[in-house]
Ligand binder design. Structure first.
Ligand SMILES: NC(=O)c1ccc[n+]([C@@H]2O[C@H](COP(=O)([O-])OP(=O)(O)OC[C@H]3O[C@@H](n4cnc5c(N)ncnc54)[C@H](OP(=O)(O)O)[C@@H]3O)[C@@H](O)[C@H]2O)c1
Length: 276
């Protein structure tokens, strides 16, 4: 029986992924900050819940040690835990910036470092990093979130070179808008009186986008494919909108792409009218 360890499995993409693998006969180690919040997952056969906060080194080491103490190997790591900091760059606090990077970047690296010796010892393993279309393009008010996802993309792309000789595959999953807690409960939204009109416009568009998001099961399906296809393919757009956006991003020049984003998300008028 193969084993997958997933971070941030309490909701959204992480939880859908836990269910998807479990239904396909995998042993699932579903890690999350508060396992008591997920009694439904805990009841499933071959599904083990472990407390793991990616920003806490002790918590990561404890969870990985517990997972490996069973003697069963881990085949796939899904680095999924993450959230979005939304707001004008100058309005967010240094603590908000730190937490965004601690979770989305350094947390992902900490969990990866904790499992790599195990993968190298076995000379096999798959590291699946959940990025975003926002790891290849940007939208307004998400500058810090994008900075983390672009970091995940660069980190993953380089990491693949040194891990390939050990037969360890690195995969990047790029979802478009997905209907999860990402846009509400999990979002860290910082408003500023200096950007009110701009924020109102963008937050309304984000709200609309989130309502039309694809189901997290689509991303789970892509994660499963990336984990099991035994290829060295690096990037996996996760849903039809992600595929179209990433295709467009590659096809057209930067200036035209950012003009399209401005037109779609900010204003048909001059964006200078949106100050204050
Ligand atoms: N939804 C989208 O449109 C979208 C698009 C592209 C990429 N993504 C990425 O997909 C991933 C999953 O997001 P989602 O859409 O499924 O949102 P979600 O439902 O809000 O899930 C986020 C998960 O991350 C966990 N988490 C946050 N901080 C953590 C920490 N310090 N340690 C451990 N777990 C932590 C949350 O745990 P708690 O329950 O304890 O808060 C939750 O389980 C994220 O990396 C996100 O950036 C999402």
């Amino acid at each position: 029986m193969n084993t997958v360890l997933i971070t941030g499995a309490s909701s959204g993409i992480g939880k859908a992924t836990a269910l998807y693998f479990q239904q396909r006969g995998w042993r699932v180690i579903a890690t999350m900050r508060s396992p008591e919040k997920c009694p439904d997952l805990a009841q499933l056969p071959h599904c083990q819940l472990l407390a793991l906060d990616v920003t806490n080194l002790d918590s990561v080491q404890r969870a990985i040690t517990t997972a490996l103490d069973t003697g069963e190997p881990i085949d796939v790591l899904v680095n999924n835990a993450g959230y979005g900091l939304v707001g004008a760059f100058e309005a967010v606090t240094p603590e908000q910036i730190q937490r965004q990077f601690d979770t989305n970047v350094f947390g992902l690296m900490t969990v990866t470092r904790a499992l790599l010796p195990h993968f190298r010892q076995r000379r096999q393993g798959v590291v699946v990093n959940i990025s975003s279309v926002g790891g290849q393009m940007t939208f307004p008010l998400y500058s810090l979130y994008h900075a983390t996802k672009w970091a995940v993309e660069g980190f993953s792309e380089s990491l693949q070179y040194e891990l390939q000789p050990w037969n360890i595959r690195v995969k990047i999953i790029e979802p478009g808008p997905i209907k999860t807690d990402f846009y509400q409960r999990s979002a860290d939204v910082q408003r500023s009186p200096d950007y009110t009109r701009f924020e109102n416009r963008i937050l309304l568009n984000i709200e609309r986008t989130s309502q039309n998001g694809a189901p997290p099961e689509l991303v789970a399906q892509t994660i499963y494919r990336a984990s099991t296809d035994r290829s060295w393919q690096l990037r996996y757009p996760a849903d039809p909108l992600a595929r179209s956006l990433l295709w467009l991003r590659k096809l057209i020049p930067d200036g035209l792409f950012t003009a399209l984003i401005r037109r779609q998300l900010i204003s048909h008028n001059q964006s200078s009218e949106l100050t204050g």
